[in-house]
Write a protein that binds this ligand. Sequence first.
Ligand code: ADP
Length: 339
Amino acid sequence: MSGATLRASGRASNEAASALAAAPPRPPLSIRGLRKRYGDTDVVAGIDLELRPGECFTLLGPNGAGKTTTLRCALGLTAPSAGEIRLAGLPVPERAREARMRVGIVPQQDSLDPDFTCSENLVVYGRYFGLDDATILARVPELLAFAGLEGKRDARIQQLSGGMKRRLTLARALVNRPELLILDEPTTGLDPQARHLIWERLKQLIRAGTTVLLTTHFMDEAERLADRLAILDAGRILTEGSPRDVIAKEIEPQVVEVYGDWNGRGHDGADGDAEAWAARHAAEFCRRHEVSGETAFCYVEDAAPLLAHLAAQSGLRYLHRPANLEDVFLKLTGRELRD
Ligand code: ADP
């Protein structure tokens, strides 16, 4: 695609995003004291959350943290054990069906109908919201423009790439012009080009005033998109704030990853592995450290003394970088695998 075509398509999708946006000045979602108990476990154990109109809020957490259950309760698809929920200003679960009419949902798995064309998929989906066909058909061009699928109106779903299907699913979620868009891992399984395009489209929607709530396992996605985020584990919010604030309040600013040929070559031969190296040196140079496999992660306020020490150990390789959201996530939720 030429630069001119890309710019033109960017303008068209911006206009489409503006046309699709609507943001009343009350919280699109507020949750107070939400609990959900399965058996004798509180999988959601007292969550408070209030979305601000027009922001992108991101829920992060390892598998099993309670993200999906929280979203399902918010949408009235799962009955909470306790707590108060208002979605689009309406009490849930009492008026969940009505509230969902004002919300767009992008599920983790694409659920487009393979027997229909792109346009037919939008029409069929729009009918769930009580829209008549003429109204939906009038919206189809702007939805396809937003998805960058202008030429695919009559294409069948099987003819679309994975990225195109995701974009169509995103466009489909906008058919009812939702004030709140909820996305469950929107870019899982996409290649970098397709992810970037989805991010651009989400940014356009946010700029145009749509509130976005998304879950993701990609920390870079959260850092790029989120105005605010919460990290959950075991049904509780562990920390909350803007990505920058969360990093600043939860973790040391600098990280030095030390990894290397632990069996010799140049550095002190007593350090047989990352654990042994950390036991001997970390206390002197690091405020806090973690060892994972063959790597020692050193978290420091000032990396200079450690870097000077490492520079004299020619057998060790190391990487010096600013702390990021993934460091916070691993600090708060641990490095053990979750299934
Ligand atoms: P996440 O989306 O963060 O991966 P979930 O909300 O899907 O987490 O799950 C949180 C916990 O609740 C998990 O331990 C999961 O097994 C449990 N859980 C979810 N749904 C049910 C259910 N219908 N019955 C019993 N346990 C459930």
